[in-house]
Design a protein around this ligand. Structure first.
Ligand code: ZN
Ligand code: ZN
Length: 534
């Protein structure tokens, strides 16, 4: 006769499926594996193979997020202290000409993207014009973009703010590596840098990151700075490149501070003095030339109505068509101010870092520390004050337009760009409004094109090649056929079964790797264990 147990006791006993999931997770296995059917074309043998899901957030899959984080660390480490140019440029036509053309192409892309996003393109237009002149001087005839439409350009963006101190510009040298210094004892070294840039103050905060006086904290500016943070970072890099006169490369990670404002950690190749850095930071700003949001025109249940035949939003009372996005932009006059000017705060942190030093490793760990977490999860809200602070910032972001296509423009009497039916102010689907993003919905890691000369996939390939050589396995996949297995297939395995496979794979894999390590270190004990590990 079995002993009677209470409901509570039964619930407290570990469930087999949960236990398997926990074990798989603890051994570094993916808990959302994707199933592939592998057929050996020589023998006809079929095997079900579990492939990791590849998530980057620990809340989805901690093992995959940890692997993604380590891959980023490898990428950061490889590029930071490079001594030779990572991308070899062919001699003909001419290194300098080729470099200029590449820059010209990239600037055009940035400019067109910025234009589509409704951003100010003055800076990039100027840069393109300068590059065209430089190309002509370098002996390249004609315009690289002769089909360029001379469409109606909005001249509002050519205005410059008076308070932006001018920044000296140097001709850019195509090198991407930093300078070499020689110590008095003749030793040569090539220092790199670790920078942290923050937003300005929005009001005094206490040690837990919450405002000393919430009523005096500028949530609107905090929200807008977060929304435009990525554009501001871009501008900073462009300014720094022009100022230093070389093709500066960076690996940057964006994350929130305790006060929930974004800040950016940057590993950069080469160095810049604190005084120069202060100068570049002070001269760097991003203007959002968007329509004014000073007047709320439609609120509550009184909202613009969609008119399907014409594809426009109308004023619910008068039936008048609301101005379109382009009309609203054209209405910004020469005496208007930009909706927002984003700048970094005067406080920054900068330190020189040498290749292979303890500092270098510490900085890289710092850079990747929060990559597996959502922006809002980087700092756990433990107190009522912290929860309240996050609530108020989310509220400030609710009606703040996140992009030209944001539904919130209707609140201010303007049709969003590419307006369509069903838009409601305060219910924009843009990620920036969501609490887990805190206004910053861009990429968390920003890596310049010539950082390591390798893509993330290349770094992943390096790691795989290392593992395979470690295990003495050939990477010959040509005799296998791989197919995805979907729920409709007869051999589709339920999730619990897939987890069992993952657990088995991890155990086998770890034993084999440990064995290979022992062998590599010449441990005689490994000889007797060979049979077991296979
Ligand atoms: Zn996974
Ligand atoms: Zn939005």
């Amino acid at each position: 006769m079995t002993e009677r147990t209470t409901r509570a006791q039964r619930l407290a006993a570990p469930l087999a499926t949960d236990a398997v999931k926990k074990l798989a997770e603890a051994s570094g296995g993916c808990i959302r594996p994707v199933q592939l059917r592998r057929t050996d074309l020589d023998t006809g043998q079929v095997e079900q193979v579990m492939v990791p899901c590849g998530a980057t957030l620990a809340s989805k899959c901690s093992a995959c997020a940890e692997r993604a984080k380590n891959l980023r660390a490898a990428q950061c480490r490889e590029g930071w202290h490079l001594e030779v140019e990572p991308i070899h440029q062919p001699a003909p036509p001419d290194d300098w000409q080729a470099w200029l053309l590449e820059e010209r192409a990239e600037s055009q892309q940035f400019r067109d993207n910025a234009d589509t996003a409704g951003q100010d393109t003055t800076y990039l237009d100027d840069l393109i014009a300068e590059l065209d002149q430089e190309l002509a001087r370098a002996g390249i005839r004609g315009n690289p973009d002769p089909g360029k439409k001379k469409g109606p350009r909005r001249h509002r963006s050519t205005r410059r703010r008076q308070d932006a101190p001018g920044l000296p510009r140097r001709k850019i040298d195509p090198r991407t590596t930093g300078r070499v210094y020689t110590a008095p004892d003749g030793k040569k070294f090539r220092p790199s840098m670790f920078l942290t840039l923050t937003c300005d103050s929005y009001g005094k905060v206490t040690a837990d990151g919450t405002p000393a006086d919430p009523a005096c904290y500028d949530y609107q500016r905090a929200a807008r700075d977060a929304l435009h943070f990525a554009a501001l970072f871009d501008r900073f890099i462009q300014n720094l490149r022009r100022f230093l006169g070389y093709d500066l490369q960076y690996f940057a990670a964006i994350e929130p501070q305790k006060r929930l404002a974004p800040h950016v950690h940057i590993a950069m190749r080469g160095t810049v003095s604190r005084a120069e850095l202060r100068q570049v930071i002070a001269a760097t700003y991003h203007q959002a030339w968007w329509p004014s949001t000073d007047t709320v025109m439609f609120d509550g249940e009184r909202l613009p109505v969609w008119h399907a035949p014409s594809g426009n939003y109308l004023d619910p009372a008068t039936g008048e068509v609301l101005p379109t996005w382009d009309q609203a932009l054209d209405a910004i006059g020469p005496h208007d101010d930009p909706l927002h000017v984003a700048r970094f705060g005067p406080k920054f942190d900068a330190q020189g870092v040498l290749a292979g030093s303890k500092d270098s490793g510490r900085c890289i760990r710092y850079l990747i520390k929060y990559l597996t977490k959502h922006v809002a999860d980087c700092h756990q809200a433990d107190t009522d004050a912290q929860v309240g602070h996050a609530d108020r910032l989310t509220e400030a972001l609710r009606y703040e337009p996140c992009s030209p296509a944001c539904a919130n423009w209707l609140r201010y009497g303007i049709q969003p760009k590419d307006a369509r039916e069903g838009l409601r102010p305060g219910e924009c689907k843009g990620k920036a409004h969501r609490r887990e993003y805190l206004g910053y919905a861009g990429r968390r890691v920003l890596v310049s094109r010539k950082w390591s000369g390798k893509s993330l996939a290349d770094h992943r390939g390096d790691r795989k090649a290392w593992l395979l050589s470690m295990l003495d396995l050939a990477a010959d996949d040509s005799r296998f056929r791989w197919e995805p297995v979907t729920p409709g297939d007869d051999d589709y395995l339920p999730h619990s079964r897939r987890l069992l496979y993952v657990l088995a794979d991890r155990a086998r894999w770890q034993a084999a790797l440990a064995e290979a390590r022992r062998k590599a270190q010449g441990d005689p004990a490994s000889l007797s264990a060979t049979g077991r590990a296979a």
